[in-house]
Design a protein. Structure first.
Lengths: 141, 141
DNA sequence: ATGGGGGTTCCCATGATGGGAAGGTCAAGG
DNA sequence: CCTTGACCTTCCCATCATGGGAACCCCCAT
């Protein structure tokens, strides 16, 4: 039996987060020593590592809860797990796409900017809503 | 002169956010009518649109503040603006990379999961820290 | 018994946004 | 003139996941 600090080190989840997960019901309340210290055994540490890995894969806490429930349910269908994972892949794809659009727009602007000591700057012109003078207009035709 | 609702519609920034930007000092305090309503002219709306576009490009509020300062400074060097934009591109790249790694890991797991009615699931096995039996182990040799 | 390194709870902050309550204001129409 | 509905004001709370820190208690080794 380990205390919360040891469990944190063993699982890679900070003590702060362990308490938070418990408070929000993601994980069941840990046992307590007579003086109120939380205690963790190997099984609890495994749960924490599970949570850690799922979070590392970008699952929001709520989905981690769903995954934990499936993990505990020996009657589960692997299809349910797969669905969750595919949903997460889609969520990631959406965010990746959004960020790549931002990046592309920025690269376009950066490309048009001289980046020297002069004040003229198509980046600011664009942000300010100006038409960017003569530099590849948005309505290309 | 428009009130905050009209300015919100004209700029694409919600009234709530306009007040927040003012409160945090990102934009200067708006003028007020005798009865306390905030008033906005075309110039103020342009500032709001500037903020909106910069946020759409993923700049955090702090950097938006920097951009606004450069925008207002007619002595600026475009190199300074470009540096900010390039920094933002890097920030985006980092986050994109992280998410693509998550996505790749998930795809790997999803690929290995039958996704049927049976409970056996390499996804859960992996999250639980098991070695995934005989299915392309992590230490491939 | 004392000191240092834990543990415990509770509150606050982040970043950017939305929701909502309580109360004042404005404009249009009866 | 008064009502009504849409709008404004401020203030508080919630999100999501995480960290910081205060105040206090506990355990072990010296």
């Amino acid at each position: 039996m380990m205390n919360i600090g040891e469990a944190a080190r063993a699982s890679g989840v900070s003590a702060k987060m362990i308490r938070y997960y418990e408070e929000t019901g993601l994980i069941p309340p840990a046992g307590r020593t007579g003086s109120g210290y939380r205690t963790y055994g190997p099984k609890e540490v495994q749960v924490l590592r599970f949570v850690r890995r799922a979070r590392d894969l970008g699952f929001p806490m709520e989905k981690v809860g769903d995954l934990l429930a499936l993990w505990r349910d020996r009657e589960r269908a692997s299809a349910d797990v797969k669905r969750l994972a595919e949903g997460q892949i889609e969520a990631l794809e959406t965010r990746i796409r959004e960020m790549m659009e931002m990046k592309a727009a920025l690269e376009h602007l950066v490309h048009a900017c001289a980046g020297d000591a002069r004040p003229d700057c198509p980046i600011l012109d664009d942000l300010g809503g100006r038409v960017a003078a003569n530099h590849c207009s948005t309505t290309k035709n």
